[in-house]
Design a protein around this ligand. Structure first.
Ligand code: NAD
Length: 329
């Protein structure tokens, strides 16, 4: 039996990536929706063949506890709403997938993990790249060590943000700016490329003075220290596009560019082109979680994994607040 997924928050990512991916999944399907926008109800019901009884809003969300069609709740709301709705989902006895960043503070991440444990449900974070062949190749390079140890990681992810009124530019909804939104991918990549955790970091912030970035960070660079003196170097931005990952090992170098997109990734490994067949990251990610739920195993992108990144994010903001001082993690 395929597990039923309910999407909470029918914005861009749910509409253009997750719903189409749920057409390609083998172990789960789009069974329900939670939306605060009345006009979206009929559109989604018709398009995805969703029965009225599986349609919820933010006022009757808790009633989802009584709905046997829904096994997994996928939270795709603005960042500051992740903790609240993930915890509500756990209390309703549903397994939870929560989008990145897991929440907006370490405290919230810990509360989410606790709620899922107490209610005996599984929790996973939407780190789709763990299922992308280019990133799996980087993880393999690091784990197998056939090209020696990884010695340096450099990575950037940024884009030019549009609409100045969007929630991504509001601190109360986003928790932070480019760093929280897309810089987090560079933190993830450095952690899995080394297969180790950072022990300290320092960060620098750059501002153009644009009114857009009154509340959140615009461009941030940071350097993380890993065991044995190894470092990573990253930049993230809402002011320009950049998208790559370079991983240097003793006997190899891999360049992934673009590195963080949904598809069309490309790479060079020791001067040879890396090429993998097209896959659907989100379909593989959701199927993997559905299999975890059925087998009662933990997701490799668990709440603990999201929490580790949040600790790094908080350390970066702490370094920025101190004018760039070194912060231990
Ligand atoms: P979006 O703005 O397109 O959608 C947000 C949805 O939340 C909308 O449907 C909106 O109606 C709803 N919402 C409910 N309360 C709201 C409020 N108070 N203010 C604003 N919107 C409210 O955003 P998105 O790009 O779909 O991002 C949603 C989440 O998904 C974010 O956490 C984001 O980080 C994450 N995301 C992840 C990826 C990925 O590749 N894993 C990609 C894009 C977005």
């Amino acid at each position: 039996k395929k597990l039923g997924v309910a999407l909470v928050g029918l914005g861009n990512y749910a509409t253009n990536q997750l719903a189409p991916a749920l057409q390609e999944t083998a172990h789960c399907y789009l069974a329900g929706i939670v939306t605060g926008t009345k006009s979206k109800e009929k559109v989604w019901m018709d398009k995805h063949n969703i029965p009225k009884k599986n349609v919820y809003n933010y006022d009757n969300f808790e009633e989802i506890a009584n709905n046997k069609d829904i096994d997994i709740i996928y939270v795709v709301l603005p960042n500051s709403m992740h903790a609240e709705y993930s915890i509500k989902a756990a209390k309703a006895g549903k397994h939870v997938i929560c989008e990145k960043p897991m929440a907006v503070s370490v405290e919230e991440c810990e509360a989410m993990i606790k709620a899922c444990k107490e209610n005996k449900v599984k929790l996973s974070i939407g780190y789709r790249l763990h299922f992308d062949p280019y990133h799996k190749e980087i993880i393999k390079l690091s784990k197998e060590g056939s090209f020696g140890k990884v010695t340096y990681v450099s990575s950037q992810f940024g884009f030019t943000i549009g609409d100045p009124t969007q929630w991504r530019l509001k601190k109360a909804l986003a928790g932070g700016g480019a760093l929280m939104d897309v810089g987090i991918y560079c933190i993830q990549a450095a952690r899995y490329a080394y297969g180790e955790e950072p022990i300290a970091l320092q960060a620098q912030e750059f501002r153009s003075g644009s009114e857009k970035f009154r509340e959140v960070d615009e461009t941030v660079s940071w350097q993380m220290e890993f065991p044995d003196g190894k470092i990573s170097n990253s930049t993230t931005s809402y002011a320009f596009g950049t998208n790559h990952l370079v991983v240097t090992a003793q006997k190899a170098r891999a360049v992934i560019m673009p590195a963080y997109s949904y598809n069309g990734l490309g790479g060079i490994f020791n001067n040879e082109k890396l090429e993998f067949p097209r896959i659907n990251q989100q379909a593989l990610q959701m199927d993997d979680f559905a299999k975890n739920v059925v087998a009662n195993t933990e997701s490799k992108i668990s709440g603990e994994e999201g929490l580790k990144d949040m600790k790094v994010l908080e350390a970066i903001y702490k370094s920025l607040a101190s004018g760039g001082k070194r912060v231990t993690i």
